[in-house]
Design a protein. Structure first.
Length: 177
């Protein structure tokens, strides 16, 4: 399957190609509304990212394990010099925050599959923003069977990011009023 995945990446260089739960998933690049949510989130966190010299990735794969899936989160924040698998995959456990904005085509994967696999890979914080349901979910405390903690808020409510962030995000600023 890994060879098929590599081939799909070569065939669709301008698309998001992910290997999710045994499936090769090819998606168009995100819409403008999708990108606005990421842009607005960046505006809320950029001062901490800058102060701590962290790096921002918007099109980098996560290394979840040698035989594991391959995901490209909408936003990945890492410390300086994260551990890499090759040139284009950052180790999940070496991230500070991984963000997915749910699209109509990604509802199941973002809500059910990715939290399980991100936790297995040691991603410390997974922020899921679902504009259709008007919610944000922060998954934390990763373990082999999934995240041990989940905080869900309605968009428009403050969401606290724990260490190393120690930051409250006004989720209302992520979407249009």
């Amino acid at each position: 399957m890994q060879e098929s995945y590599k081939r799909a990446c070569e065939l669709f260089p301008s698309h998001r190609v992910e290997f999710i739960d045994g499936r090769i998933v090819v998606n168009d690049v995100p819409t403008w509304d999708h990108n606005k949510i990421i842009s607005r989130l960046l505006k809320l966190i950029i001062s901490i990212v800058t102060d701590r010299d962290w790096e921002i990735g918007t099109n980098i794969k996560l290394f979840l394990g040698a035989q594991a899936d391959r995901y490209i989160p909408d936003l990945t924040i890492v410390p300086p010099h994260p551990r890499m698998w090759g040139d284009d995959e950052v180790y999940g456990e070496d991230t500070n925050l991984v963000v997915e904005v749910v699209s109509p085509s990604s509802v199941h994967d973002d809500h059910a599959v990715k939290p399980r696999e991100y936790a297995r890979a040691g991603v410390p914080l997974y922020l899921l923003i679902d504009p259709a349901q008007s919610i944000a979910i922060l998954f934390s405390l990763p373990a082999e069977k999934g995240y041990q903690h989940r905080t869900q808020v309605e968009l428009g409510t403050a969401l606290d990011l724990p260490e190393p962030w120690k930051l409250s995000i006004d989720t209302g600023k992520l979407v249009e009023a």
